[in-house]
Design a protein around this ligand. Structure first.
Ligand code: PEP
Length: 253
């Protein structure tokens, strides 16, 4: 049985004080009512403070990025060992904003995956197509290529825990979410891919989450899809009211 999960990606928002305010309100609104695993991804500056503020509740923390080297002359970067050291448990890798703005490649995402699992961090691997690729009927081809290059090419999968985040690029921060049916179709394809490349039980265990303009309003329908095991939420995770509604909507499933 895959435990549903809601992940809030705060991107480059919230000072430390604002982060604390947000998680305090979130804790109050959820107050143990959630049937779903909840994870927030603050900036690296706020990560440890938020983790400490959440230690008495069932809300985890994720980093938004990681470097694949353990240490060295990599100005501005943070290693998996450093994240593990402050009690971080998840890390988002391959987000389309990093791919587009910092030209991150699947080969680099593969290295990040490996670095994360070596430190027992759970990678949340983001994949997804552009609008043009969807129009050209290339969604599945693009997804397969990304998964091949991240998971298969480096032979790095050894039964470790990881999540796949299907985040169509055209849906991120645009207000145009994929319909529940569109998300379900791609998630089903990803699960079939995992069964083919690994084993059936791996495909059954790996959580596949959807991200792209999820709101309190559209989340109930997305939660209802059988292969949507969770939601990765950007904008709507910046307010406790909307994020807690998304989390609590899962109960409607
Ligand atoms: C994201 O950044 O991963 C995301 C899904 O953002 P938004 O919810 O704002 O589309």
């Amino acid at each position: 049985m895959r435990k549903p999960i809601a992940i809030g990606n705060w991107k480059m928002h919230k000072t430390v004080k604002e982060s604390i305010r947000l998680v305090t309100e979130l804790k109050n609104r959820l107050s143990g009512k959630q049937e779903v695993e909840v994870v927030v991804a603050p900036t690296s500056v706020a990560l440890e403070t938020v983790r400490i503020a959440l230690q008495d509740v069932q809300i985890g923390v994720a980093a938004q990025n990681v470097h694949w080297e353990e240490s060295g002359a990599f100005t501005g970067e943070v290693s998996a060992a450093m994240l593990a050291d402050i009690g971080c448990t998840y890390v988002i890798i391959g987000h389309s904003e990093r791919r587009q703005q910092w030209h991150e490649t699947d080969a680099q995402v593969q290295l990040k995956f490996k670095a994360a699992i070596e430190q027992d961090l759970v990678p949340i691997v983001c994949i997804g197509e552009t609008w043009q690729q969807r129009q050209d009927n290339e969604t599945e081809k693009v997804i397969d290529k990304q998964l091949n290059e991240i998971l298969v090419a480096g032979n790095i999968f050894h039964g470790s825990d990881f999540l796949i985040a299907y985040e169509p690029i055209w849906a991120i921060g645009t207000g145009n979410n994929a319909t529940p049916e569109q998300a379900q179709k791609v998630h089903e394809h990803i699960r079939e891919y995992l069964a083919r490349m690994f084993r059936g039980d791996v495909a059954e265990q790996v959580r596949i989450v959807y991200g792209g303009s999820v709101t309190a309003k559209n989340s109930a329908e997305l939660w209802r899809m059988p292969d949507v095991d969770g939601l990765l939420v950007g904008t709507a995770s910046l307010e406790a009211e909307s994020f807690s509604k998304i989390v609590l909507n899962q109960g409607e499933r």
